[in-house]
Design a protein around this ligand. Structure first.
Ligand SMILES: NC(=O)c1ccc[n+]([C@@H]2O[C@H](COP(=O)([O-])OP(=O)(O)OC[C@H]3O[C@@H](n4cnc5c(N)ncnc54)[C@H](OP(=O)(O)O)[C@@H]3O)[C@@H](O)[C@H]2O)c1
Length: 270
């Protein structure tokens, strides 16, 4: 798909939640290069404003910023308010890493609540709010940035893995529901990636920074390329290759298609 086709399918505005650095900023740079206007959201205003300035200077695009804590109960409403009347054709929910790095019982419940609020409730509410007008317009895209942790529980990241499983499963269902309406849904499942948040956590834990971390720019480019080919893209794996999951992206897609008519019957309004 060339940039013009991309813009007419997913433009004119993209909203990136978790845009100030790492993969979120990388999505913003790629999208500005394709001519999409951007709504950049994170908590820290300084990095958001600097990125917006950079993108406006380098591209013929509009760029607005909003400081929103996605772990707050009103976050989805604030995202909608930040979008205002703008036509958002692409929603990227990128914020999502676990800043805690702790065993479940060794952490305050309030921190797990905040993680679940940001990665589950805000994701669900934001998708509901932004996908409805996309379905009406019969075009658009939803990108859920996920993690290989979604494929099973692991010590030290139990709540994180569970929230990422939620995103994966919701994304698969929405892919099947929205495909007939021209709206693309992709869970971009990452492995270990070189982002400031990831580096910060490893440094805080006294871990050496390993070789071979994925590059944030490469990850974002792949995600945008695979957006029309949901519901899942596993970083570092071909579509028909199973690595992080017991089944490949292609097998997961096939499973949904096979069972779709039975499961859809449960949601048919009588
Ligand atoms: N890096 C990896 O190795 C890795 C591996 C697997 C999956 N992933 C996934 O990739 C995505 C990006 O990860 P990341 O490493 O860049 O870390 P991240 O902590 O998700 O940070 C990404 C962005 O989100 C913003 N953010 C974080 N919490 C927020 C909140 N409560 N409200 C608003 N904005 C918030 C950050 O800016 P502010 O701090 O300014 O808010 C930053 O711009 C996440 O979904 C993560 O689960 C990453």
């Amino acid at each position: 798909m060339d940039d013009l086709q991309f813009k007419s399918r997913y433009g004119p505005w993209a909203l990136i939640a978790g845009a100030s650095e790492g993969t979120g900023a990388a999505f913003a740079r790629h999208l500005a290069g394709k001519g999409l206007n951007l709504i950049l959201v994170a908590r820290r205003e300084g990095p958001l404003d600097a990125l917006a300035q950079e993108l406006r200077a380098a591209n013929d695009v509009e760029c607005v910023t909003a400081s929103i804590d996605l772990a707050r109960d009103d976050a989805a409403q604030r995202l909608l308010a930040a979008a205002g009347g703008r036509e958002v054709g692409l929603l990227i929910l990128n914020a999502g890493s676990d800043p805690n790095g702790a065993l479940f019982l060794d952490n305050d419940l309030a921190d797990w609540d905040a993680l679940a609020m940001r990665n589950v409730m805000t994701v669900m509410r934001a998708v509901h709010a932004f996908a409805a007008p996309m379905r009406d317009r019969r075009r658009g895209g939803l990108m859920l940035v996920g993690s290989g942790a979604c494929y099973g529980g692991l010590p030290g990241i139990g709540v994180y893995a569970a929230t990422k499983a939620f995103g994966l499963v919701l994304g698969e269902a929405l892919w099947a529901e929205l495909e007939p309406h021209g709206v693309d849904v992709l869970s971009l499942v990452l492995g270990r990636t070189d982002t400031p948040a990831h580096r910060g956590l490893m440094e805080a834990r006294g871990m050496a920074i390993p070789d071979g971390l994925a590059d944030a720019g490469d990850v974002a480019r792949l995600g945008l390329e695979r957006l029309p080919f949901g519901p899942v893209c596993n970083w570092g794996e071909a579509d028909d290759e199973a690595g992080m999951s017991a089944s490949s992206a292609a097998q997961r897609r096939e499973r949904i298609r096979r069972i779709a008519s039975i499961s859809a019957a449960y949601s048919a309004k009588g």
